[in-house]
Design a protein around this ligand. Structure first.
Ligand code: GAR
Length: 212
């Protein structure tokens, strides 16, 4: 039985595209759902025959009502895994707990640094030399939860937020499908705040670093 994957987006959906394009064995993209009707990624998915749905958060009064409706919509697709791919909504604890250990997110920083938004500009402003992205299981606190994999990129002296974002995004596109593949293959093991990846390769698989 293939594993059902539901991907949530809010915009461009390039991470969603990288996961779809990876054609992961044993995975079926059951649906792509957006909270914004104008999300560009929706058309891209629909063109490929993937089921799409929109649940506009503006039509709901309060986070609880939206998240309850979203959960209902997602559960209609019987997901084994829910993938947040640029889904720009803070989720309630009830929602997150409902998908414990089957909800993952990609965040454009080396967590736990730079939680929240504007991660690239903040990294530049702080003068850090390494930035990157993190894929993690989602828990109730914002941008927290057991870290599955990270990719690091150097911050260059002439970087703008856009150029840094671009370089990190390339890493996201490599890292996220890899994590989904591990999940689908049953290779991820959560041990408290730590995640073990049992790949045939080696434990270093979950770190991508410059020159690595
Ligand atoms: C990605 O860079 C992702 O890491 C970020 O939004 C972008 C979405 O791009 N997510 C967050 O900031 C979540 N906190 P995409 O729509 O092209 O995948």
């Amino acid at each position: 039985m293939p594993k059902n994957i539901v991907i949530l987006i809010s915009g461009r959906g390039s991470n969603m595209q990288s996961i779809v394009n990876a054609q992961i064995a044993g995975a079926q993209i059951a649906a792509v759902i957006s909270n914004r009707p104008d999300a560009a990624g929706l058309a891209w998915a629909a063109e490929r025959g993937i089921t799409t749905a929109v649940l506009d958060h503006k039509a709901f009064v309060g986070r609880d009502a939206f998240d309850a409706a979203l959960q209902n919509l997602i559960d209609g697709f019987a997901p084994d895994l829910v993938v947040l791919a640029g889904f720009m909504r803070i989720l309630t604890a009830d929602f997150v707990n409902h998908y414990a250990n089957r909800l993952i997110n990609v965040h454009p920083s080396l967590l736990p640094a730079f939680i929240g938004v504007n991660t690239h500009q903040r990294a530049i402003d702080e003068g850090v030399k390494l930035a990157g992205c993190t894929v993690h299981f989602v828990t109730a606190e914002l941008d927290s939860g057991p870290i599955i994999a990270q990719a690091a990129v150097p911050v260059l002296l002439d970087d703008s937020a856009d150029s840094l974002a671009q370089r990190i995004l390339q890493q996201e596109h490599q890292l996220y499908p890899k994590v989904v593949q591990w999940f689908v293959a049953g290779q991820l093991e959560v041990q408290g705040s730590r995640v073990r990846v049992s790949t045939a390769n080696n434990a270093a698989a979950f770190l991508q670093a410059p020159g690595g």
